[in-house]
Ligand binder design. Structure first.
Ligand code: 5AD
Ligand code: FES
Length: 346
């Protein structure tokens, strides 16, 4: 059964919802992982794209039940970097060899469009690709950021189950998130989405729908992260068992369905398993986003507990991840790593 599904997925890159569910529930995923690794090699090669992640503000106006930065978490440590500090961190990222920086924050209204555009224009002078990950904005704001130099945007759908989404993200609307993703695509961004795996009440049906949603959009990139309960949120008592393996399966099936997209080995994977990112890179992933935020800020940007690398410096992470990547016979790519670059010979 699994064999014939894998045969279909590796040649046609399509699967029905039931077929995805059947792969998600397979007891021995080894063949699935092997197939995803082969397709990864064929469509995106052995190079791994590194993106330097700058976590520039831990303020958030939203109240997502799963997230440590939710506004109701009064124990969260809030900080906000100045535009100058952000630009300086981007400059340092370039000196460590990064070809892309990701600017990520909670939904912090202090950073209005004027401030963001200023930051983007300054960083753009460094001749690197810029990814934004700052949440839901108006189409006009997205247009302004793109104009100012943002090339890519990350906005996870979190879950395609609308009822679950709206239960977990009070006062947010699933349709608006979808609107954002469509706006971003139409405006010419490379669009990254993704989902959380293991949310309370989430089913395999939901996860299969997530993958079909990414295929339909289609995304240029998608990050799958295991849900890790945060002690200062309403979901503190939820479990984490099974989320790691299920996330690996999600990544592997995504690689089969969307063979040439960028798939990050997410940091949350390494919180659940000491080799989490390397295992993900061997099950379909081809991107890593090491942290380039400096000093104390890293540990204050606590989406979930047990975050890795909170005591390390940007240069330590850069060296560490390169040796890890090389230990599995892969290499750090020198390309900016746009969707499809490998097949175009870039
Ligand atoms: N566990 C894992 N990932 C989380 N995120 C937010 N909270 C958690 C959590 N408790 C993820 C969301 C968001 C991304 C920036 O962090 O998917 O999109
Ligand atoms: Fe940060 Fe390994 S990537 S210490």
């Amino acid at each position: 059964m699994t064999q014939s599904l894998l045969q279909k997925a590796t040649t046609e890159h399509t699967l029905t919802q039931d077929e995805i569910i059947s792969l998600l529930s397979c007891v021995n995923p080894w063949e699935l992982f092997k197939a995803a690794d082969q397709i990864r090699k064929q469509y995106v090669g052995d190079g791994v794209y590194l993106r330097g992640l700058i976590e520039f503000s831990s303020y958030c106006k939203n109240d997502c039940m799963y997230c440590g930065l939710r506004r109701s978490n009064v124990q969260a440590q809030r900080y906000r970097l100045s535009p100058q500090q952000i630009i300086e961190m981007a400059r340092k990222a370039v000196s460590y060899g990064y070809k892309t920086v990701v600017l990520q924050s909670g939904e912090d209204l202090w950073f209005d469009a004027d401030k963001m555009c200023h930051i983007l224009r300054e960083i753009k002078k460094l001749d690197i690709a810029i990814t934004l990950s700052i949440g839901e904005k108006t189409r006009e704001e997205y247009a302004a950021y793109h104009q100012a130099g943002a090339d890519r945007y990350l906005l996870r759908i979190e879950t395609t189950n609308q009822a679950l989404y709206e239960k977990l993200d009070p006062a947010m609307f699933w349709q608006n998130r979808v609107r954002c993703l469509h706006d971003l695509k139409e405006l010419g961004y490379e669009v990254g989405s993704g989902s959380l795996v293991g949310l309370p009440g989430q089913t395999l049906d939901d996860l299969a729908q997530d993958l079909l949603f990414f295929k339909q959009l289609p995304v240029d990139m998608a990050g799958i992260g295991p849900f890790i309960p945060h002690p200062h949120t309403p979901l503190a008592e939820e479990k984490v068992q099974g989320h790691f393996e299920l996330s690996l399966k999600m990544m592997a099936i995504m690689r089969l369905l969307l063979p040439d997209i960028n798939i990050p080995a997410t940091t949350a994977m390494e919180t659940l398993h000491p080799q989490g990112r390397l295992l993900a890179l061997q099950c379909g992933a081809n991107v890593v986003m090491p942290n380039v935020t400096e000093g104390d800020y890293r540990k204050k940007y606590e989406l979930y507990p047990g975050k890795i690398c909170t005591g390390e410096s940007p240069s330590q992470c850069r060296g560490c991840i390169q040796s890890k990547i090389e230990s599995i016979g892969r290499f750090v790519s020198a390309s900016k790593g746009f969707h499809g670059d490998f097949l175009k010979g870039k």
